[in-house]
Design a protein. Structure first.
Length: 195
């Protein structure tokens, strides 16, 4: 019994040391999406939308971090960039949960932060609101699974900017003819404030 207590105590001390060496970092996110949907006959990245939310990153003293984000994301497509006509756009509102792995570089010793990062990951999206005069909104799938790639630059320890490309793996509309598909993809430009 005494050996078990010593072993557990040793493991707990090692675990506590490991936790102390780990860092969690929270960030607030605000930006814009420029999106489109393949297959809807509304061509080009002409749908502007808001993206906002938060990010929780697990970082270590190395150059990698793992992040979980929760975002409100306006996506869809449009004929013109600032179209007011309902029949010329498909607005889609998502709750997104990306899981992102980042490779950080260019360490700024004076500020104690990395200047640049490249990232990739997967994102689950839940569609909670859709509108369209051309398509039956009940046939838009509620779930979306996407891949993403991005880059970011920290202007200082607290503020950064980032760009990201996200593309769906799956069709977002359930009733498309065999040769037509609805794939959502978008570019995100955003500001990040580290707390």
């Amino acid at each position: 019994m005494h050996k078990i207590t010593i072993a557990i105590t040793f493991l707990m001390l090692c675990f506590m040391q490991n936790i102390h060496a780990q860092k969690f970092k929270a960030s607030l996110i605000l930006g814009t999406n420029i999106s489109q949907i393949d297959g809807d006959s509304l061509y080009g990245f002409k749908k502007l939308g808001l993206t906002t939310g938060g990010r929780l990153s697990y970082t270590n003293n190395k150059t990698f971090d793992l992040a979980l984000e929760m975002l409100y994301s306006q996506r869809g497509s449009s004929v013109k960039l600032f179209s007011k006509q309902a029949n010329e756009k498909i607005p889609l509102n998502f709750l997104e949960i990306p899981v992102v792995v980042s490779l950080r570089d260019w360490y700024i010793e004076k500020g104690g932060y990395y200047k640049v990062r490249a990232e990739g990951g997967l994102s689950y999206g839940y569609l909670f609101n859709a509108s369209s005069s051309k398509y039956d909104v009940t046939k838009f799938g509620k779930s979306d699974l996407s891949w993403l790639l991005g880059v970011g630059i920290n202007l200082n320890k607290k503020i950064g900017i980032a760009a990201r490309y996200t593309s769906s793996f799956i069709d977002i509309y359930k009733d498309t003819p065999d040769l037509v598909y609805f794939k959502s993809y978008f570019i995100t430009l955003r500001t990040e404030v580290n707390l």
